[in-house]
Design a protein. Structure first.
Length: 386
């Protein structure tokens, strides 16, 4: 285990004069905090003996039923019995890796991939093999080639880890046609798919994208309330095939006995009593405005040779610098100019990604985003002159 460069960066960029386009924190202040506070007060006063007690390792049954309603919005029809509540999707990643991966086993992941997942895979000594992606998400032809190569090399592939919708860090979404292809290729090669989907309901236009799990019951689906309710509650979940679910419960029990009953019941009450669908709509509006502010500012300010993705939901834009520039080397100079981003290298297990950076628009207000992009464009222009 090694310290995450990103955590160190976050500590440094907390200074108010710095516009941070680095963090991925959801804007929880947009919640109706008074109403949530009242609801939590009532929960303790009325159901404290339950909320403040231990619970089951699998998680509260009524919450798991609500979770099935939430997943149905993306076409997923699972049974509450196959859901395990976890301490955020992050713990789900940990438990899945713990039960499947022996040191040296291969885990396939998009290039780039979610830094927190890469950290988990490294902690179990998995060998992460990246599969290229483009604006349409993971490339099926590249996946097929990679699997064929690994087979020739007699490598044991445990699963494909993918964030198909509004990916972290790239902001791209797997196309519908590719979804079917990816599932087909993984079935052909008998490779499990782990679909991590914390951003799915934050689509700016149109209905939610159909999840991979909606079309294949063998997909292990990870969900989270971090972006649709509150990240501080630390409530996520896994929907897994029955046999996997049983192992997950055992692994969770030995790790934590049970997830926080208090947090689970807070989420359960929130879903039962508060207008959560409208709140998600409000979050979508808020993030859409910030996405637009960032894309407009990038189009106006960025020097020639820079390219970036155009997310249809979620929190992130992935920017590629002109050839020859290095986002990690440039980062201290950007901080000196009071703007921060996450260098691309953190999102690759093999240390590549120097020309890329992740820009997030979820937390700063639109004016700060525009100012941040203006400062960043200035730094890139200076680099190009060097
Ligand atoms: N997966 C992805 C792709 C994420 O972006 C995040 C949060 N940054 C997580 C998992 C972990 O989320 P949680 O708060 O549910 O643990």
């Amino acid at each position: 285990m090694v310290p995450s460069e990103i955590r160190a960066l976050f500590a440094m960029v907390a200074r108010p004069e710095i516009v941070s386009l680095a963090g991925g924190a959801p804007y929880v202040s947009a919640l109706p905090l008074d109403a949530v506070g009242g609801m939590i007060g009532e929960l303790v006063a009325g159901k404290g003996a339950e909320a403040l007690q231990y619970g089951s390792a699998q998680g509260d049954e009524r919450l798991r039923e609500h979770i099935c309603e939430v997943m149905a919005l993306e076409g997923v029809h699972g049974s509450a019995d196959d859901v395990v509540v976890t301490v955020g999707a992050q713990q789900a990643l940990d438990l899945i890796t713990k039960i499947f991966v022996d040191p040296g086993d291969v885990v396939l992941a998009e290039a780039p991939s979610y830094v927190g997942a890469l950290g988990t895979f490294a902690s179990y000594q998995a060998d992460v093999v990246h599969v290229p992606m483009d604006d349409g998400g993971l490339d099926p032809a590249a996946l097929r080639e990679t699997l064929a190569r690994l087979k020739r090399e007699n490598r044991r592939v445990k699963f494909l880890y993918t964030v198909p919708t509004f990916q972290n860090p790239a902001g791209v979404t797997l196309t519908t046609a590719r979804r079917a292809q990816i599932l087909e290729i993984c079935t052909e090669h008998d490779v499990l798919v782990v679909e991590d989907n914390p951003y799915g309901l934050l689509r700016f236009d149109g209905d939610p994208v159909r999840a991979l799990r909606a079309d294949d019951d063998r997909v292990i689906y990870l969900g989270s309330f971090s972006k649709t309710i509150a990240s501080g509650l630390r409530v996520g979940w896994v929907l897994a095939p029955h046999a996997v679910r049983a192992k997950l419960v055992l692994a969770a029990e030995s790790a934590i006995l049970c997830p926080s009953n208090f947090s689970q019941l807070a989420v359960r009450e929130y879903l039962a009593t508060q207008p959560w669908r409208e709140q998600i709509k409000d979050f979508r509006e808020l993030y859409r405005e910030r996405r637009d502010a960032m894309l407009d500012a990038l189009a106006q300010q960025m020097p020639d040779g820079c390219t970036w993705t155009r997310p249809e939901g979620g929190f992130f834009v992935w920017l590629t610098l002109p050839e020859g520039l290095d986002s990690k080397a440039m980062s201290p100079r950007a901080i000196a100019e009071r703007v921060a981003y996450v260098p691309g290298t953190g999102f690759y297990a093999d240390g590549t990604g120097q020309r890329h950076m992740r820009l997030s628009y979820c937390f700063p207000e639109p004016d700060r985003i525009r100012e941040g992009v203006r400062r960043l464009a200035g730094v890139i222009e200076q680099e190009l002159r060097m």
